[in-house]
Design a protein around this ligand. Structure first.
Ligand SMILES: Cc1ncc(C[n+]2csc(CCOP(=O)(O)OP(=O)(O)O)c2C)c(N)n1
Ligand SMILES: [Mg+2]
Length: 272
């Protein structure tokens, strides 16, 4: 379908610009940025946002609770036209508008400052209940990491969202099976996240997090009463074979060899 082809192209561009940005910087959170690329492509095709007016009154919100994946969101926003692509080369510089983790006071299109894991989801639920009380139709999306869900604070927010029937709230869990220095299995097991969210009262689906079509279909379901959860089955480093296979792929300082690999991966992502 045409719309999926467009989203597919968008996701390639996001992946490419993110890799370019990280290569230019020389280091960064590559693994967790790559695993949300397809999700960001779907979200920013569907969400009501206006790049010429980032503070548009009736815009939808995205809170990137796993804020260390900021570079993927910055490329998405730049490609949507919120700011110039050139700005991506200023990632992490002193005085930049693009700090490694999102800052709502700095970057056009960023609605919540994140990076301290567990806090973004609470803020997102707060935004959602505020909107619900105003009778607003605006939607709130929040992306959390599977390692991030080790934070107890996340589960307070999840329970609160279900208790309040926040059907304007969609939680997207990036289940890439890894956290900072190992797998979730060995550090703190996630168990069955879909079952957990279901039992917390969320309308839950599990999808292939590399499939634009599956993500889009899951996001498009309207929930009557309960908040929604989409568990994204992803790979840390998704879409870049070398980094998918690399064991320590959370935060990478690129060796000369890795830089060459990145350059060829970037070339492969060129779109006609
Ligand atoms: C409160 C808090 N503790 C620790 C960190 C450091 N930290 C950054 S990313 C990360 C691992 C997160 O794992 P996950 O949520 O699975 O992220 P992903 O796999 O998507 O990169 C940690 C511990 C942090 N940012 N915030
Ligand atoms: Mg993870």
């Amino acid at each position: 379908m045409e719309k999926y082809l467009e989203m597919e192209k968008f996701s390639k561009r996001i992946r490419k610009e993110t890799l370019k940005m990280l290569l230019h910087r020389g280091f960064g959170h590559l693994g967790g940025a790559m695993s949300i690329v397809e999700t960001l492509a779907v979200l920013y095709t569907r969400m009501k946002v206006d790049p010429t007016n980032p503070k548009l009154d009736d815009r939808d919100y995205l809170v990137l609770s796993k804020g260390h994946a900021g570079p993927a969101l910055y490329s998405t926003l730049a490609l949507k036209g919120f700011f110039d692509l050139e700005l991506l080369n200023t990632l992490n510089n002193n005085g930049t508008l693009l700090p490694s983790h999102p800052d709502r006071n700095l970057t056009p299109g960023i609605d919540m400052t994140t990076g301290s894991l567990g806090q973004g989801i609470s803020a997102a639920v707060g935004i959602a209940i505020g909107l619900q009380r105003k009778g607003s139709q605006r939607k709130v999306y929040c992306i959390v990491g599977d390692g991030e869900l080790n934070e107890g604070q996340c589960w307070e927010a999840i329970q609160f969202a279900a208790h309040n029937n926040l059907n304007n709230f969609t939680l997207l869990i990036d289940e890439n099976k890894k956290q900072l220095d190992g797998t979730t299995e060995e550090i703190c097991k996630a168990f069955d996240l879909a079952k957990k969210l279901e039992s917390f009262g969320f309308d839950t689906r599990r999808v292939n997090g590399a499939s634009i079509e599956e993500i889009d279909k899951a996001i498009s379901v309207e929930s009557e009463k309960s908040p929604k959860c989409i568990v994204l089955d992803t790979i840390k480093g998704q879409g870049v074979e070398y980094f998918e296979k690399l064991k320590a792929n959370h935060h990478i300082r690129f060796t000369e060899e890795m830089k060459e690999i990145l350059k060829s991966e970037i070339e492969k992502l060129d779109i006609e």
